[in-house]
Write a protein that binds this ligand. Structure first.
Ligand SMILES: [Zn+2]
Ligand SMILES: [Zn+2]
Length: 864
């Protein structure tokens, strides 16, 4: 086997995926898998002499089973006093403020809108009793730094106390939406909250700082140094913080968007490129000092270790550093290691330590990127352009001609002929330069071609994962990376040199800082230039699984053909890879809808409303887009989640949608329109329906966005009625569109009638409108009701519910919201009507499907 480590890593990964499917409650699952794993290993050893194939099979099985057991161990590894366990067992009540105590994990992080404390908890006080607790907590204190408010001076490792209402990391239980809770748990953050004043944050006595705390303080010191060095250019300082120390919190949204559009966002995420550049720089310096190979390796490894220890955003950098370490050690011990084996071994080590990393987008992106470099791009170039580059060496020496392949030898002869032709025509003094005049441009051209090819291979290799996880394809990536990657390779070593000298000798550090600022400025300029092209990138739905499988299978075949030097097989597989990538990017597939049925999905958008409607004839409508406090930008940075970008859009993409026929906004409140700007940006929208205009800046920004995209804006009023593929749509409210202050009672009320089944969508209407609707004599009875105004006590009056008599109802409401929604009396009233009530905070997304005769209701978190 040429790549044993790679094969074992793949088997182990398969085992992890299988282990994820085993129910963790299954008794002794772990013991059984480990026992079978060892039995098969033993069997493999016993059979090794006589039945090699069987032995191989047994050991393959063993690795796979070990993967599964690693996954099982990880999932059951939460300690008994872990916050998650205490909350699940009802031992902690998160509805009230509690006093949390723990050690500060890093220096308090200054953010554009406040300050962040990440703590490792050790105690919590509830009802005057201190209980031991473990797990991580993030406290964000919102304040205006310019107002001169001073939070307590704290450093990494200090023990602190904060009194606040903490809550579990907010999750959105919708199909296709990232599991934010898992993502944060991955960074060991389980609870979040924001203390209301600095008086609630206190330093308390604790143990002296440990080594990790000193390292964290060093990071804090370096961040301050980076800011001081680039004080004149805040934009560059934010980028330098990200590129050198992994802190992306100061990047403003437009910068981030520009880097994403142009496919160069990876330079802001500390990973392979940065580690590669640093390793190469350190190795080169070691060479200058004439160190032996082992000495250079060890010095480089030590420096990389120190770097990993001080940077933020650990996972990707640990991955890249372990790959570099395995490769360097391999080179030192065995002289030559194939990069693919190093990659396999590094992946195996990481997965043994943390099996769940396998499903992490950035894990997959790093390994796929280095995989296509080592498996396809480099061997392809070695067979393609390298012979020509070598053919240009010692061009004048005829005796070397025979050592080259026929094509390269011919190239050599041609080059020599050109040199002779040129030398005869140059003035005598310049004729010795003829060789250089021919070979230099040839070399430059070949190297440029290699760079382009490498960049193209990486961009194509990333298409499926970028589409799956980020729903984005960059069309200028190949070109935009050409300046960005070389600039990054200079910025990283120069930046570190500047930071380190700055700590020792300020003046020299600042001089280097000026060079750094110029380099970062050049990077920003090049990115902005490419981002200005309107077609730089586009958003797209999640690719069908079959296209993903086809892509990766073809890529594997391509790599194996290229590595075994089967040219034509490699070219054919390469063409299949390109075709699969093009298919994923163009997405010619039909949306995943239930044709012939009416579907209404009430999304879990936290506190707010967003309802997706698919009509039997394939038309689509989105009623409201959710919107959470904190989803907006404060001085360029976003403290919270943009529900439109992070929740509603991914849901729509998971259904294969690129276009929404109608976006309807019920009324001008932020929890309804907040997410719509992102929907307008990310999808082709047919029409925008409104009731009366709202009155806030955000509402007018939305209108401007719609106008800029030439989306027709239509005001819908009571009495409007249409027929869409057999479904009657009636507008029951509002009465007129005279612009007033945005009110709940402005809400657009829609009734959809499919055969015998009626659906009533009510926005945030309150008593007054409910009364007006019932007084109207309008037949209100409905099989399904979107309960008005998040189940508040100001709505869902007895008369209204008596008129509607819904069989099913959905309340769109945020978990533990501050308004006390839904109201207990409203729930009682609904129950008395005999209604089956679903709530997005408990059930996740709620889907209603009807063929006009029958209704079925299901929810994302449905418990059997
Ligand atoms: Zn609302
Ligand atoms: Zn409202």
């Amino acid at each position: 086997m040429k790549f044993p480590a790679l094969a074992i890593a793949v088997l182990f990964a398969t085992g992890i995926l299988a282990g994820g499917l085993i129910a963790p409650t299954l008794p002794h699952a772990f013991v059984v898998t480990v026992a079978i794993a060892f039995a098969s290993l033993l069997l493999g050893l016993l059979l090794l002499r006589k039945h090699v194939t069987l032995a191989l099979f047994a050991s393959l099985l063993a690795w796979c089973l070990l993967g599964a057991s690693a996954m099982l161990v990880e999932r059951s590894a939460l300690p008994s006093n872990h916050v998650r366990r205490l909350i699940a067992a009802g031992q902690l009540n998160l509805d009230e403020p509690l006093r949390w105590r723990g050690q500060l994990r890093s220096d308090p992080l200054r953010l554009p809108w406040g300050i962040r404390y990440d703590m490792d908890l050790d105690q919590v006080q509830s009802a005057a009793v201190w209980t031991s607790v473990s797990g991580g907590l993030r406290a964000d204190y919102f304040f205006d730094q310019r107002a001169g408010e001073a939070p307590p001076a704290l450093r990494a490792g200090d023990r602190m106390e904060v009194l606040m209402r903490a809550r579990l990391v907010r999750n959105f239980a919708d199909p296709g939406v990232t599991d934010h809770r898992a993502l944060m748990a991955y960074q060991n953050i389980y609870l979040t909250g924001s203390p209301r004043s600095t008086a609630l944050i206190e330093k308390v006595a604790g143990p002296p700082p440990r080594i990790v705390d000193w390292l964290a303080r060093a990071r804090g010191r370096l961040l301050t140094e980076a800011d001081a060095m680039l004080a004149g250019a805040p934009g560059s300082a934010a980028v330098a913080r990200a590129m050198l120390l992994g802190d992306r919190s100061f990047l403003d949204s437009q910068q981030v968007e520009a880097f994403r559009d142009t496919g160069v966002y990876h330079v802001l995420v500390l990973a392979g490129l940065h580690i590669g550049v640093l390793t190469a720089a350190l190795f080169w310096i070691g060479g200058k000092f004439r160190l032996s190979l082992p000495a250079r390796t060890l010095v480089t490894l030590a420096a990389l270790g120190a770097y990993v220890a001080v940077v933020e955003d650990r996972a990707p950098i640990v991955r890249a550093a372990s790959m570099a370490a395995v490769y360097l050690l391999g080179r030192m011990l065995f002289r030559r290691t194939h990069l693919l084996n190093a990659i396999g071994l590094a992946a195996l080590l990481i997965l043994v330590a943390r099996p769940s990393e396998l499903t992490d987008a950035s894990f997959l992106l790093s390994f796929v990127t280095v995989g296509v470099i080592a498996g396809i791009a480099v061997p392809w170039l070695e067979a393609g352009t390298e012979p020509y580059l070598r053919a240009l060496d010692h061009l004048g020496d005829v005796t070397r001609d025979g050592a080259h392949s026929p094509r390269a030898a011919q190239f050599r002869l041609d080059a020599r002929a050109s040199v002779n032709w040129l030398a005869a025509r140059l003035p005598r003094a310049a004729s010795p330069q003829a060789t250089a005049l021919v070979t230099l441009p040839c070399r430059a051209g070949l190297r440029l071609w290699e760079l382009l090819f490498l960049s193209a291979v990486i961009q194509v290799g990333m298409i499926p994962l970028m589409a799956q996880y980020f729903h984005r394809v960059s069309l200028v990536g190949v070109a935009a990376n050409l300046p960005a990657v070389p600039l990054t390779s200079i910025i990283v070593p120069v930046g570190f040199a500047a930071l380190c000298t700055g700590l020792v000798w300020g003046a020299l550090g600042h001089a280097l800082g000026r060079i750094l600022a110029a380099l970062v400025g050049a990077l920003l300029w090049s990115v902005a230039w490419f981002a200005r092209l309107s077609w730089a990138s586009f958003r797209l739905p999640s690719p069908p699984s079959l296209a993903l499988v086809a892509f990766f299978l073809a890529a594997l075949l391509c790599a194996s053909a290229v590595l075994t030097k089967r040219r034509w097989a490699g070219r054919i597989a390469g063409a299949v890879v390109l075709a699969a990538a093009a298919l994923i990017a163009a997405y010619p597939f039909a949306p995943r809808l239930n044709r012939g049925r009416l579907e209404i999905t009430v999304l879990d958008v936290g506190q707010g409303d967003s309802i997706f409607v698919a009509f039997p004839n394939g038309r689509t409508m989105l009623v409201d887009g959710g919107g959470l406090a904190g989803g907006f930008y404060i001085r360029g940075a976003r403290p919270g989640i943009d529900v439109g970008e992070d929740v509603v859009s991914p849901f729509l993409w998971s259904r294969g949608l690129k276009r929404i026929d109608v976006v309807a906004l019920t009324h001008g409140h932020e929890d309804h329109y907040g997410g719509l700007a992102a929907v307008l940006r990310n999808f082709q929208v047919g029409e925008l329906w409104l009731g009366p205009n709202g009155d806030s800046a955000g509402f007018f920004a939305l209108l401007a966005e719609a106008q800029a995209r030439r989306v027709p804006i239509i005001h819908r009023l009571k009495g409007d009625a249409f027929d869409w593929g057999g479904v009657n749509v009636d507008v029951l409210w509002p009465l007129d569109d005279t612009p007033v202050k945005a009110l709940n009672d402005d809400s657009l009320v829609l009734r959809l009638k499919d055969g015998n089944e009626t659906i009533l969508l009510t926005g945030d209407i309150e008593k007054r409108v409910e009364r007006a609707l019932t007084a109207d004599g309008e037949p209100l009875s409905a099989d399904f009701l979107k309960v008005p105004h998040h189940g508040s006590k100001t709505s869902s009056t007895q008369d209204f519910l008596d008129a509607v008599r819904p069989r099913f109802a959905a309340i769109s409401v945020g978990e533990g919201n501050a308004f006390g929604h839904p109201n207990a009396e409203v729930l009682d009233r609904l129950r008395q009507e005999g209604t089956r009530v679903y709530q997005t905070d408990h059930d996740g997304a709620i889907s209603i499907l009807t063929d006009g005769r029958q209704v079925t209701v299901s929810s994302f978190l449905e418990k059997p």
